[in-house]
Write a protein that binds this ligand. Sequence first.
Ligand code: MIC
Ligand code: SF4
Length: 639
Amino acid sequence: MGLNIAQKIIKSHLIKGEMVAGTEIAIKIDQTLTQDSTGTMAYLQFEALGIEKVKTKRSVAYIDHNMLQSGPENADDHLYIQTVAKKHGIYFSKPGSGICHQVNLERFSVPGETLLGSDSHTPTGGGIGMLAIGAGGLDVAVAMGGGEYYLNMPSVVKVNLNGSLRPFVSAKDIILEVLRRQTVKGGVGKVYEYSGEGVKTLTVPERATITNMGAELGATTSVFPADEQALRFLKAQDRESDYILIAPDVDAVYEEEIEIDLSKLAPLAACPHSPDSVVTVASLAGMKVNQVAIGSCTNSSYVDMMKTRSILKGNTAAEDVSLVIAPGSKQVLTMLAQNGALADLVKSGARILECACGPCIGMGQSPVNEAVSLRTFNRNFEGRSGTKSAKVYLVSPEVAAISAIKGYITDPTILNEFEEIKMPDKFFINDNTIIAPEKGDTKDLKVVRGPNIKPFPMAKALLEVVEGKVLTIVGGNVTTDHIMPSNAKLLPYRSNIPYLANYCLTPCDEAFPDKAKKYGGGFIVAGENYGQGSSREHAALAPLFLGVRGVLAKSFARIHKANLINNGILPLVFENPKDYETIKTLDDLKIEGAISQVENGIVTMKNMTSGLEYKLLLEVTDRQKNMLLKGGLLNSLKK
Ligand code: MIC
Ligand code: SF4
């Protein structure tokens, strides 16, 4: 039986387990990446492992998220990351080099290799045929130390692309169509593998838009073949020697298949507040727009910026529209400056932001109250923009640009003149802001730690009796942005869990941190897909700090579930989802004989207040049970 691409890369990196979908496997990691908002914690954890030099082929530390320096905290964390990187053999991408996923694709992506990143959009690398996976910082720390990465063998979905895109319809519309069909929880446990004639028509940066936003499906990752287009991209990046052909066997087998006719796609938009609330742009046409933001790791490539410029050139953003543009990398920005496109963007009234995540993570540019904000980003969760009442629509650069000029949502296919933008044959290459690691003995190099770095909490071994109150009950699809909000005011405290914990789950329940402190911790009760979205381990570390012992949910998102286990918090799934309805806030819950129950994988929990009993499934592997018994990954490694 032939293998698909995902299976081929997994097979060549397989360390433990068998390639049977749903069972645990361990793979070797070739490359890692971190960014600054998860990196500080990941490197503190790496230091706790006591390993001198990273054991990967390449590890890169990016600075791209915590870029506003309105106090010394972020700059202190950047310096910590820079010095810890130097000491341990890690490349350091200085602030200003660009967004981790964009820069990694440009300068370090290698088809057929594995990449583990402490950011959920690491699958961007799938655009060139890498197996690129997002994970919590601790898993990335272990991979840097040479440890294998554990995951459930995914089932593989073949996404057959036929035909080619019409003018003004773009890669963003392809992934929005996949999201419309598959939903934000449809991809859990799956890899989306793209194939078909339509694939050939898409350049690597376009493919990367699709694999990037595949994260919103909850998928393990997404992957494209490494073909002529991959070779073209690598040649243009002066890295032809990194090319290898990656293609599925002709008789490759897939667990699921979906078909998309590219020629039938229309410009699409994801409506507030979920990336899968997808409708046609035509159906929203005429809605007044207050803000347009173009950029983010999804849509900030050179071609995206040139498409934007082609529409904005000679025009001015509408009077009531705030237009902001953030090119994805120094490479992109330099090229726009060199060819004059930057002048056209500036002339149109755009506010040019530095090459960073910026508004995507609420690092500035929060829109006015009640705003309609059109963004080329990948997430539109409520409040993520920094303005709770804002309504964020996710769209392509083409839709964003034309709507910025008109002042209302506009379908770009009404435009008559279409300028075809081609990927250049040569990108501008200058890696002078990516510092290569120090060679030789670095034992005496000093790591600089700012006063904002506080020790991270460690879980304790499981007790025989696990009890506590229900601290809060939340609904379905709760995101890690709800569990551990991120914005310009909170991001500077990513290395200070005691401070961050005061904001834990507050978008859902203002009183949560106070209740957790008052009752000495307890349990969280949740609906489906709890913890969707980011990889931030802080969404497990803050609850751990507050004494949360378990989360009872209808189902969990992949990365968050792994982060809970890594930090010794029980992820319990209702055997009967109706039990969710019977629980009330502040009910007293109790698990007796917890150790043997965890070993068995089925937990009986008593509701001491109502007298009811719940059966909860612990859908974890033996390795994960061991972590839960010992009090998390670091404790289990120590022993
Ligand atoms: C995001 O897009 O939510 C982030 C910010 O990039 C996160 C990482 C973080 O919380 O630092 C992610 O996607 O993993
Ligand atoms: Fe940065 Fe936004 Fe991409 Fe996250 S999704 S890495 S915040 S640009």
